[in-house]
Ligand binder design. Structure first.
Ligand code: PLP
Length: 678
């Protein structure tokens, strides 16, 4: 186990599948061997792993379209492809982020239900009261919806900064039981606002992350005459195993050591305020993929909680932070893009460990708080984008090379002819060598342009033939691993990775990506995605897979339009891809690479007649993104006008041309920053 699997396109280390998954892997292999039968929807399900990451919200219908069931198995579903088509008819362009409000509601319900079940199962003598960390997705519609859907559960909010506190205060109902956890670096104003908010009836809890914050809080509390409810953020020493065990970083960066916590207790005792300390908080990082890390952290935190109570603090909340993972690749493993536990396991472990520790320590069991962001917000959002164009490696079969042609061409031809299962690795090296030879022969004037083109064509033909063989092998030699990438088609997509999926670019976060239609056809192309930005990082070449990651994504060839549309270059039918689970952390970075702005957003809510558009938020216009970088549209336009006038005077442009230029320019300023669709 843990050995690197050398199958084509797989670059990382092996995940640790369960026995059940081994069985299904074998199924997968068997599947591949039967290549000739026709492609089914089940094949697409397996290929894109939609059940693994999409259940219960996403599946494929008989028409080969992705469907969305925003309320899981309890509600209706809609055809995502048809939804996109309908939205396009309303002139809403791509790329388009679709948020399903009912999914958000469902996630909150599920999380609360999981804790309710765990509490019942273990006879836990207290309640669960979760909060949503605003930083995970701060958009107003989301935070407002969350508070609305969370109301039956007294679901609260977590603020990690002053602006987030402002949002929370404006959104939460002041008189509710919902908690308002105040984390992050805090200045006077932050703490003052948090304390004053108690006057409005908000349940603010100020979590002390650094000793100085305690002194400020005590001072302000005295000045205002308002008693704070305080928490401490513990710096746990729990060292987990697996990828996140060593790389969360968070664990070391924030929080109080045990001796600092004791100082807090002493200080509060000295000022007669120890009863104000009521909460213990920890956060070991996001996307914890291994349940054992969570168990270790809970075990340690429960003991600290018991000890703080023993020291006389009026403890009543244990806040386990975030970290509840999302299974982006559907592998149910401790791989970084997955998690080897479900929400119920998570709730069970927390409830059981805390109960045991409190029973043993003979202290009252706390109200359990969690700050799950990713697990609540990810599923609701789907990013839809279209393919503009593709660039395939030339694949025409080569013509036989004549005896009279150049030796290097004859060598390449012979190599091509001789490729078979036993020598494909050698012949690959030969092909590379002959191609390099052809290039240098050309550079020294011994080959004509035509001959060089012929050499390249033969080279690509060799690669294609070798790749066909390599794909059928279980194990592939190292030097062939890149072949899949070299031979991949490039699909140019109407998207900016930096704007719409910054984590995909910044931290190699994997998101499931798949076509949302044509899923009853075999996807015969293997592709990487290149976005619209001219940045070479603006590409996606890592995709989810059961084992590890794959470097190419299976996609369909574009279908030529039956009647090409003369006034637009578009020569193919629309081909739509969806990037799923992007509702957490992706929407908020506001990264304006190449000045692609916010995309259009629609909120879809299920209604008795199907669905309705709850909100439409128009994406940025060019004028707007330009204003972010301090350009004024009217100045720009005036500048162009002056230059055109000058050119007119000098007869470099006709009056008609100048008008066209200015009209175009002016019109562009009010346009969506992405390419305008059909
Ligand atoms: C980021 C963060 C969270 C949310 O973590 P998720 O893994 O998204 O659930 C919760 N609490 C704190 C203190 C955080 O910094």
């Amino acid at each position: 186990m843990g050995a690197k699997i050398k199958a084509l396109g797989k670059t990382h280390t092996e995940k640790m599948p369960t026995q059940q998954q081994f069985d299904s892997q074998e199924d997968g292999n068997r599947e591949q061997k039967v290549a000739s039968r026709s492609w089914t929807i089940e094949d697409s399900e397996n290929l894109y792993r939609i059940q693994g990451w999409g259940e219960p919200y996403f599946s494929i219908n008989a028409a080969g379209h992705v469907t969305v069931s925003p309320q899981g198995d309890r509600g209706g579903s809609l055809d995502l492809y048809e939804l996109v088509a309908a939205l396009r008819q309303r002139n809403i362009g791509l790329p388009l982020l679709i948020r399903f409000s009912d999914i958000l509601a469902d996630r909150i319900e599920r999380l609360n239900a999981a804790f309710a079940r765990a509490i019942a199962r273990y006879n836990y003598p207290n309640v669960y009261r979760g909060v949503y960390p605003i930083k995970c997705n701060q958009h107003r519609h989301i935070v407002e919806s969350l508070v609305r859907y969370g109301k039956p559960y007294q679901f609260g909010l977590e603020a990690g900064s002053k602006p987030e506190l402002m949002i929370a205060l404006a959104t939460l109902e002041p008189s509710s039981e919902a908690l308002l956890i105040c984390n992050g670096y805090k200045d006077r104003e932050y703490i003052e606002t948090a304390l004053l908010a108690r006057r409005l009836g908000h349940q603010t809890i100020v979590v002390i992350e650094q000793l100085e914050e305690l002194y400020v809080a005590l001072q302000i509390s005295k000045q205002l005459g308002i008693e704070p409810v305080l928490g401490v953020r513990g710096k746990l020493s729990t060292k987990g195993s697996g990828r996140w065990g060593t790389s969360t970083g968070d664990r070391a960066k924030f929080g109080l050591t045990i001796s600092e916590m004791l100082k807090v207790v002493d200080e509060l005792q000295a000022t007669g305020m120890l009863h104000c300390l009521q909460l213990l908080h920890f956060h070991i990082g996001s996307q914890i993929s291994s349940i054992s890390v969570i168990k270790d952290a809970i075990r340690e935190a429960s003991q600290i909680y018991v000890q703080l109570t023993r020291l006389g603090a009026n403890m009543c909340y244990l806040d386990v932070g975030g970290g509840l993972g999302v299974d982006y690749d559907g592998s149910k493993t401790n791989f970084y893009a997955s998690k080897n536990y479900n929400m119920q396991n998570y709730a069970n472990d927390i409830v059981a460990y805390v109960r045991d520790a409190c029973e043993q320590g003979r202290v009252n069991a706390p109200i359990l708080v969690s700050e799950s962001g990713r697990a609540i917000a990810s599923h609701q959002s789907v990013l839809i984008f279209d393919v503009l164009e593709t660039n395939d490696v030339p694949s025409t079969p080569p013509q036989a090379v004549e005896e009279t042609e150049h030796l290097v061409l004859r060598n390449l031809w012979e190599t091509y002819e001789s490729i078979n299962e036993n020598n494909y690795q050698e012949t690959y090296n030969d092909a590379i060598q002959f191609k390099e030879e052809a290039t240098s022969l050309f550079n020294f004037g011994y080959l004509s342009l035509k001959e060089r083109a012929r050499a390249e064509q033969l080279y690509w033909a060799c690669c294609g033939k070798i790749l066909d063989i390599a794909r059928r092998q279980e194990y592939v030699p190292d030097d062939l691993e890149d072949l899949e990438k070299i031979m991949a088609s490039i699909y140019y997509v109407n998207l900016s990775v930096f704007q719409s999926a910054p984590d995909s670019w910044a931290i190699d976060q994997l998101f499931p990506i798949m076509p949302i239609h044509r899923l009853n056809e075999e996807p015969t192309q293997r592709a990487i995605l290149a976005d619209l930005t001219c940045d070479s990082d603006g590409k996606i070449d890592q995709f989810i897979d059961l084992r590890d990651v794959k470097s190419v994504l299976e996609l369909h060839p574009l279908k030529p339009l039956e009647k090409p549309n003369s006034d637009r270059q578009k020569s193919h039918e629309p081909y739509y891809l969806g990037m799923f689970l992007v509702g957490a952390y992706q929407e908020i970075m506001g990264n304006l690479h190449n000045l692609f702005g916010d995309t259009n957003v629609v909120h879809i809510q299920m209604s008795p007649k199907g669905y309705q558009i709850e909100y439409l938020v128009k994406g940025d216009t060019i004028t707007e993104v330009l204003s972010y970088v301090q350009y004024k549209a009217e100045d720009l336009l005036e500048n162009i006008r002056r230059r055109t006038e000058q050119a007119l005077q000098e007869n470099r442009i006709t009056l008609k041309e100048s008008q066209l230029l200015l009209n175009d320019y002016e019109r562009s300023l009010s346009r969506y920053t992405y390419l305008v669709g059909e």
